[in-house]
Design a protein around this ligand. Structure first.
Ligand code: MG
Length: 246
């Protein structure tokens, strides 16, 4: 109790400090000149890769990709897009990543087939573990924490920013990888911010652990890992995929 009264007694002094007359201060003291951000060239068109991006798919081939089992990726390519090819399995980047900025464009089929989780389902697994859902959620009903823009079964998107099936959509993702102690316990969880079609749908969302279809998410320690795209059996297309390591 004595401590509380002591701290309360300090408040007028602190208030006085904050209201110090700054007119005699030199503004140069708080200017930083010796550290400069690296100069890069943004793309002329928003959504295209800036000069320091790693292009993962430019519409031509799957040379930056492999299957989840590390064999040749065999999704179809048509009109500058890669298409989930049923039975060919998930594909993942050959390069592994930690913290990153990711841009990816996706399109669910214009021919609407199926319901709920069976309509235009795919997904982007950050570090092969944490699924940012891809789904036709324009007018299709499913559980909210499983619709497009959700961190699957963990975080409902702030709004439904989906376009119609058959239209190209964008995800811009800022992802901070989890940090683990030497004995494998999570010290800092992963965080993700997602803009869908330019609209904020995940705002510095804390990821609870690896995506699970059944049961609660659990963290298992890992290092850098791939970006993995899900073959859920629906012909979802992807294009213009690039990443910047942070
Ligand atoms: Mg999915």
């Amino acid at each position: 109790m004595k401590k509380i009264f002591f701290l309360l007694g300090l408040l007028p002094a602190l208030n006085c400090f904050c209201q110090t007359d700054r007119s005699s201060f030199d503004p140069k003291v708080t200017e930083v000149w010796d550290l400069k951000p690296v100069k890069i060239s943004p793309a002329k068109k928003i959504g295209d890769p800036p000069s320091d991006a790693i292009v993962l798919f430019d519409g031509k081939d799957l040379s930056k990709w492999t299957t989840a089992q590390n064999s040749e990726a065999k999704w179809d390519i048509k009109d500058d897009a890669m298409i989930v090819t049923k039975g060919k399995g998930d594909i993942k980047t050959k390069q592994t990543f930690g913290d990153m900025q990711l841009h990816i464009e996706w399109r669910t089929p214009d021919e609407v087939v199926g319901e709920g989780q069976g309509r235009g389902n795919s997904g982007i697994f950050l570090q092969e573990r944490y699924e940012l859902q891809v789904l036709d959620s324009y007018e299709s009903v499913t559980y909210s924490n499983g619709q497009a823009g959700s961190i699957y079964k963990q975080s409902i998107p702030l709004v439904n920013a989906c376009l119609k099936p058959g239209e190209w959509q964008t995800y811009d993702v800022i992802y901070m990888a989890p940090r683990f102690s030497e004995n494998g316990r999570v010290i800092i969880p992963a965080y993700v911010t997602v803009l869908q079609n330019g609209v904020l749908v995940q705002n510095h969302t804390q990821i609870q652990g690896g995506t699970e279809f059944k049961g609660l998410p659990v963290y298992r320690a890992h290092g850098k890992a791939s970006i993995q795209l899900q073959d859920h059996g629906n012909p979802v297309s992807y294009r213009n995929i690039w990443v910047r390591e942070l």
